[in-house]
Design a protein around this ligand. Structure first.
Ligand code: PLP
Length: 368
């Protein structure tokens, strides 16, 4: 196989000398544990970047969602409103607590949860005395949900909002950073996200009670006494100091990585007339994590054609209300998310994608 045939991945890690240097320095310091100076520095860096008071680095975005829901007081038997068009982790975290997700459809304007549906569901539930304990909004493919109306609706009924910004670090909404909305924001540093630690996540909040509780629960809920004393069930959810060192390097390169992904989006959009790209709402700037588009013809045939050319592309998320595991959950709204799944593709968008690779993708789509 020649160089030109090398597989093009959807969103591979983009790490280099800086991350390698920081990782080895952390290793040599012997802070090889879920505690250490790199962990503290990584948290401080992200908190400043997003503009929140507290950041708690965790082992995954899913762990951060789990602890954010605990902070919101979600318990067995509760209801939580969740966008149907998301990755399963968003809904799974609700189920971990014995609560039930109620799924809501997206708006075609941004592919994010429809704020009018959230407001209507809260109104109807308030009327029958069945308010959800929390609402989760997801910043899909790196674009913020519409937070003004979402926060208005949640505030009106005193329901906590949690922002799943796993895909959206670096995006903004009316000048405010993704991850800063609601009671707590959640980031992911999984291998395919805009920045990676090889696996990791973070909970962001301005609420010092939430930050304190999250630190406590993520480190096995040990009481601050010399012997091992526990008043509540804890979790082993803290990020390793080694991985935080990688994260420190990634954050320094975030601006450059967003610029690279944006250039890829603009190239695809200018070269591929037949596709309808995910709309960019005028309320903010996405981080262009993945370039996604709707295909008019046979979506699966296009994916197969790309795969035959050694190019990884994926269907858009399959909505949660169509997943067998959530078949018994309530779904509100229309057919937007189902249509996004039927016609949507995510194209190779990694920040290290070369011009040559982009052209290969475009040529393969034109042929397919
Ligand atoms: C990736 C992702 C998560 C989960 O993050 P992990 O770090 O993989 O646990 C949650 N929600 C959304 C929307 C995601 O894309």
């Amino acid at each position: 196989m020649t160089d030109t045939d090398a597989r093009i991945w959807l969103s591979p890690p983009d790490v280099g000398d800086l991350e390698r240097k920081l990782l080895l320095a952390a290793f040599d310091s012997n802070w090889v544990a879920p505690v250490g100076p790199d962990l503290d520095a990584f948290e401080a860096q992200v908190a400043e970047l997003v503009g929140v008071r507290h950041a708690v680095a965790l082992s995954s975005g899913t762990a951060a969602l789990h602890l954010a829901l605990i902070a919101a007081g979600v318990r067995r038997g509760d209801t939580v409103l969740v966008p149907s068009f998301t990755f399963a982790a968003t809904a799974n975290a609700v189920v971990y607590l014995g609560a039930r997700p109620v799924f809501l459809d997206s708006t075609p304007d941004s592919w994010n949860v429809d704020p009018a549906l959230v407001a209507e569901e809260l109104r109807a539930r308030a009327e029958r005395g069945a308010l959800p304990r929390a609402v989760i909004a997801v910043d899909m493919y790196g674009q913020c949900a519409d937070y003004d109306p979402l926060l208005d609706a949640c505030d009106r009924y005193g329901v906590a909002l949690i922002e799943d910004a796993a895909e959206a670090l670096g995006a903004t909404y009316r000048g405010r950073a993704a991850g800063s909305f609601g009671l707590a924001g959640v980031l992911s540093f999984n291998g395919n996200k805009i920045i990676t630690t090889g696996g990791g996540g973070m909970l962001l909040t301005d609420d010092s009670r939430v930050a304190k509780q999250t630190r406590h629960l993520s480190t096995q809920a040990r009481e601050p006494v010399p012997h091992y004393e526990h008043r509540t069930v804890g979790y082993n959810y803290r990020l390793s100091n080694l991985l935080a060192a990688v994260g420190r390097g990634q954050v320094q390169r975030l601006e450059q990585m967003i610029a690279a992904r944006k250039a890829t989006f603009e190239y695809y959009r200018s070269e591929l007339d037949g596709m309808t790209f995910m709309p960019i709402a005028d309320y903010g700037a996405p981080n262009y994590w993945l370039t996604c588009a709707l295909v008019d013809g046979d979506r699966d045939r296009l994916l197969a054609a790309l795969n035959a050319k050694n190019i990884e592309a994926r269907p858009a998320w399959k909505p949660m209300h169509l997943q067998p595991v959530f078949a018994d959950c309530v779904m509100r709204g229309g057919d937007v998310s189902a249509d996004l799944f039927r016609r949507g593709v995510c194209l190779p968008s990694g920040s290290a994608l070369t011009e040559h690779d982009r052209k290969r993708v475009v040529d393969a789509i034109r042929e397919g």
